[in-house]
Design a binder for this molecule. Structure first.
Ligand SMILES: Cc1ncc(COP(=O)(O)O)c(C=O)c1O
Length: 401
């Protein structure tokens, strides 16, 4: 399905790749292993199930699926997400505590506009999701990096960043975190640290924006701790979920979970009142997949595929890279995060990888305080990941270049 597009006689003769590139955001160049973007593999998108779900939604709701939607987003979707969340984290969620969103990144912009004014400071763990940094900067916000240790952001660093902002006469607006299978490092903040972080933010009167894009992607049956929002009883936390990584990014569909009061405030903003919640038809289609168990079945298969890919990449790198590199095993999500030795600068690692036919992301755009490389294993089959890992090891362990 990812390779289907309408035929256009005027464009006959152009290569398939250039025509696909006119339709989608990114197409990996031919001849490379593209471990750059954190996309799901088009082969793993459940196209048939989605085709059926859209048809069912149109049959069931008719023109209701095509009008401006409810400001909070259609109730069947919010009910289905509330049920999914209540079941997966053993904490009650209700439809009033949820909004439908056009995906996490676009909602981050709305949330940033609601919680801050230009010149404010946003606290974000370093490293963090690069496009969140870009969204905040586009809003005229300064980002204060919050130091992480091996358990995640350090609570004392949040308090210190708030004090520093105040000393310079500025307001700390909110804290942005990716607690579960973090982009770019793949790490998971354990329960005890989550509780400490909530205490620290409450002490400073700060709201958390919890980006949980990868929460459904735990490997090896690993139980994930409750979200910050669940631990805080939904108060003082805005949690963002997306179907971009689990179903299909082209749906532009996600959800926001917070207190009912916060949801009412956000649903009342002009950008939402004009047109109602985004992605109305996709939300009604996905509500069907959530409601009849097909989403859960799909997730089980997806997690297995992703874990197999993680193993192919990370175990091969661990076997071949040697002691100078750090190669943690991510417990879920889409990314492996490789710590580089002092003799291999990031730019050099990126260019050597490209010469060896592997495209990778440097750590610096994510605000990494130490030289590192992010590898996305989500969009490449295991046999190719195995080859890519050998190519990287060959390119990176050659000390004299
Ligand atoms: C942490 C994080 N949040 C959000 C997104 C994007 O989500 P969406 O497609 O829903 O905007 C990504 C994708 O890379 C991500 O890594």
């Amino acid at each position: 399905m990812g390779r289907e597009y309408p035929s256009d006689p005027e464009r006959e003769g152009e290569s398939e790749i250039s025509r696909i590139a006119d339709i989608v955001q990114h197409v990996g160049p031919a001849g490379f292993h593209d471990l750059g973007p954190g996309y799901p593999d088009p082969e793993l998108i459940p196209t048939n199930a989605l085709r059926g779900a859209f048809a069912t939604a149109l049959d069931r709701y008719g023109d209701l699926a095509l009008r401006y939607g409810h400001d909070h987003g259609a109730l069947p979707f919010r009910e289905a997400v509330a049920e999914h969340l209540s079941r997966t984290e053993a904490h009650p969620w209700s439809p009033e505590q949820l909004l439908v969103t056009p995906g996490t990144s676009q909602m981050l912009d709305t949330v940033a506009s609601a919680l801050s004014r230009p010149g404010d400071v946003v606290l974000a763990e370093a490293p963090t999701y690069d496009l969140a940094l870009r969204i905040f900067r586009d809003r005229g916000l300064d980002v204060a990096p919050v130091h992480r240790d091996r358990h995640g952001p350090v609570p004392g660093a949040i308090e210190e960043a708030v004090r520093t902002a105040r000393r310079s006469g500025r307001r700390a607006a909110f804290v942005y975190l990716v607690p579960t299978f973090h982009n770019p490092t793949g790490t998971l903040i354990p329960l005890s640290r989550r509780a400490e972080l909530i205490d620290a933010a409450r002490g400073c009167g700060l709201t958390f924006v919890e980006d949980d894009a990868y929460a459904d992607l735990a490997f090896d049956g690993l139980p994930t701790p409750p979200s910050l929002a669940a631990l805080a009883g939904q108060e003082g936390v805005i949690r963002l979920g997306t179907f971009s990584k689990t179903l299909a990014p082209g749906l532009r569909l996600g959800w926001l979970g917070s207190s009912a009061r916060r949801c009412r405030e956000l649903a009342g903003r002009g950008v939402v009142r004009s047109g109602g919640a985004a992605s109305h038809l996709p939300s009604l289609a996905v509500a069907g997949l959530l409601g009849d168990g097909r989403y859960d079945t799909h997730l089980r298969g997806l997690r297995e595929h992703l874990a197999e890919r993680r193993n192919a990449l990370v175990t091969t790198l661990r076997d071949t890279l040697g002691q100078d590199f750090t190669v943690p095993l991510p417990p879920g999500g889409l990314f492996a995060w490789i710590g580089l030795p002092p003799w291999l600068p990031e730019t050099e690692a990126v260019s050597r990888a490209a010469e060896a036919g592997v495209l990778v992301q440097p750590g610096s755009p994510f605000g990494s305080p130490t030289p590192a490389i992010r590898l996305a294993y989500s969009a490449t089959p295991p046999t190719r990941l195995h080859r890519a890992a050998h190519a990287l090891a060959g390119a990176w362990t050659l000390k004299d270049g």
